[in-house]
Design a protein around this ligand. Structure first.
Ligand code: ADP
Ligand code: AMP
Length: 227
């Protein structure tokens, strides 16, 4: 089962995906985490995407499409995959649809986390992340137990360079121009479910959990095929 989380940077996609992955056993595939890992390892891909990421620009479609599709089909464990941060443009969405069709599969639901721009700015400038395990914190809303250290592995937390206010503003512009049109693309296919992301983390999780449970529940007997 392929589920997509979309929403502006800072909507809470990573936070919620980590929680849903823990609860339901989904594989969490974050394009941003993946690219940051490539950079940390100094790979050719990592070097090619670095300047785009630091400037708050999207990396070219052909680069990201190839890596993500490899990962989606490279490992079949678990009941499904939660895509976080991909697709982010119409060409990416179409490439995903084509690849899934070739595997006799399709996107099952697009969970659209809606958060206004001013809230995004507050969230991202106070976001701290663990460079080791990608856990996500917020100085006020989700502080680590020991200030400055990851709860899971004790690694010193960092601020992402692209979480500076001026870069966030550019990322938001790209979101509205390039990614928001995907909402219509998926709405037309009857796949879009919009969730209010401007409420406490646990409330957002509950809304997403309900949506996922609906998808996993067996259909009522009246809708099951005979036999
Ligand atoms: P995304 O993956 O969409 O960019 P994150 O999950 O990294 O977003 O969340 C961005 C920041 O906002 C983090 O600091 C996170 O702790 C915080 N955050 C996430 N969801 C909420 C929420 N519902 N209320 C307040 N802060 C949140
Ligand atoms: P994120 O962690 O999702 O905020 O992504 C961080 C950065 O990685 C983005 O600002 C882009 O530069 C790059 N990136 C991640 N996913 C994609 C994607 N699907 N398409 C293009 N660029 C991406």
């Amino acid at each position: 089962m392929i589920l997509i989380l979309i929403g502006p940077p800072g909507a809470g996609k990573g936070t919620q995906a980590q929680q849903l992955a823990r609860e339901f056993g989904f594989r969490h595939l974050s394009s941003g985490d993946l690219l940051r890992a490539e950079r940390a390892s100094g790979t050719d891909l990592g070097q090619r995407v670095a300047a785009y990421m630091d400037a708050g620009q999207l990396v070219p479609d052909d680069l990201i499409i190839e890596v993500i599709l490899q990962r989606i089909f490279g490992d079949d464990r678990g009941p499904g995959v939660l895509l976080d941060g991909f697709p982010r443009t119409l060409p990416q969405a179409r490439a995903l649809d084509d690849a899934l069709r070739r595997h006799a599969s399709s996107v099952r639901r697009v969970l659209d986390i809606h958060v206004p721009d001013d809230v995004v700015l507050d969230r991202l400038t106070a976001r701290r992340v663990c460079p080791q395990c990608d856990s996500v914190y917020h100085l006020t809303f989700r502080p680590p137990r020991v200030p400055g250290l990851c709860d899971r592995d004790g690694t010193p937390l960092i601020q992402r360079p692209d979480d500076q206010a001026d870069v966030v503003a550019r990322r938001l512009r790209h979101y509205h121009e390039m990614t928001e049109p995907l909402r219509d693309y998926y709405r037309r296919q009857g796949l879009l479910l919009t969730i209010d992301g401007n409420q406490p983390v646990d409330r957002v999780t509950q809304a997403l959990r309900d949506a996922v449970r609906d998808l996993l529940a067996p259909p009522p007997a009246s809708q099951r095929p005979p036999g």
